[in-house]
Design a binder for this molecule. Structure first.
Ligand code: 5GP
Length: 204
C-alpha cells in the first residue's frame, strides 16, 4: 500500500583509507533496489577493476568531449586524474525508483548535494589520521609520498564534513557498518519520500 515516489541519491565520501569502498560494496550487496553510480575517469584501471563496474575508463580526450556535451552533473580533477558523474546514469535510475549510491570525493559531493537538494550525504571518518596512515600503508597500493599527499587531502576533506547530513565513525567495523546501513533504511522510510497508493502524489 505504500509506494516510493522515486529513488534516493546517496552520496558517500571519506578520506581514502577510511573504509568507504568496503562499506559501499557491502550495502550494495545487502540491499535490493540500489545501484552504484559508475563514474567516468581518465585514471588507468587498477588490478581487479572492471570497465563498466568500477568505472568507465576513458581517454582524457573523450572525457573532455563529454564535458563539452554536458554529460556530467559534476566532474573534478583528483590526484591528477579526471573523474565525472554521469547525469543520465543517475537520473535514469532515480526515475525508475532505484536508489543510486555515489562514491565520490568531497568536491564532487558538494556539487551533487547542492544540485539534487533531496540527496543524502554520508561522511565516513577514520578513528584518527594516524590510523588512516597505518591503513594506507597496510593496503600497499600507494607509494609513501602518495600516502602523505592523501593524508594532507584527508585533513582538508574532514574540514568539509559539515555539508553531509550523516557522520559515521569507522572505529569498530561491524558497529560502524550497522550505523551506515541504518541510514539507508531510515531514509527509505521517510514519509515525504513515500505516498499511499490510491491517494496519489499530490496529497503531500
Ligand atoms: P580512486 O582513483 O581511488 O578510485 O578515486 C580517487 C577519488 O576520486 C576518490 O575520492 C573518489 O571518491 C573520487 N571519485 C570517484 N568518482 C568520482 C566522480 O565521479 N566525481 C568526483 N568528483 N570524484 C570521484
Amino acid at each position: 500500500m505504500i509506494k516510493r515516489k522515486k529513488g534516493i541519491i546517496f552520496v558517500v565520501s571519506a578520506p581514502s583509507g577510511a573504509g568507504k569502498t568496503t562499506f559501499c560494496r557491502r550495502v550494495l550487496s545487502e540491499l535490493e533496489g540500489i545501484v552504484f553510480s559508475v563514474s567516468y575517469t581518465t585514471r588507468p584501471p587498477r588490478e581487479n577493476e572492471v570497465h563498466g563496474r568500477d568505472y568507465f575508463f576513458v581517454s582524457r580526450e573523450e572525457f573532455l568531449r563529454m564535458v563539452e556535451e554536458g554529460k556530467f552533473v559534476e566532474y573534478a580533477e583528483v590526484y591528477g586524474n579526471l573523474y565525472g558523474t554521469s547525469k543520465e546514469f543517475i537520473e535514469g535510475y532515480v526515475e525508475q525508483g532505484v536508489d543510486v549510491l555515489l562514491d565520490i570525493d568531497v568536491q564532487g559531493a558538494e556539487k551533487i548535494l547542492s544540485y539534487y537538494s533531496d540527496a543524502v550525504g554520508i561522511f565516513i571518518f577514520p578513528p584518527s589520521l594516524e590510523v588512516l596512515r597505518q591503513r594506507l600503508l597496510k593496503r600497499g597500493t600507494d607509494a609513501p609520498e602518495v600516502i602523505e599527499k592523501r593524508l594532507k587531502v584527508a585533513e582538508k576533506e574532514i574540514e568539509k564534513a559539515d555539508m553531509y547530513q550523516y557522520w559515521v565513525l569507522n572505529d569498530e567495523f561491524e558497529e560502524a557498518y550497522t550505523v551506515f546501513k541504518s541510514i539507508f533504511l531510515a531514509e527509505r522510510s521517510r514519509s515525504e519520500r513515500l505516498f499511499l497508493e490510491g491517494r496519489g502524489l499530490s496529497h503531500r
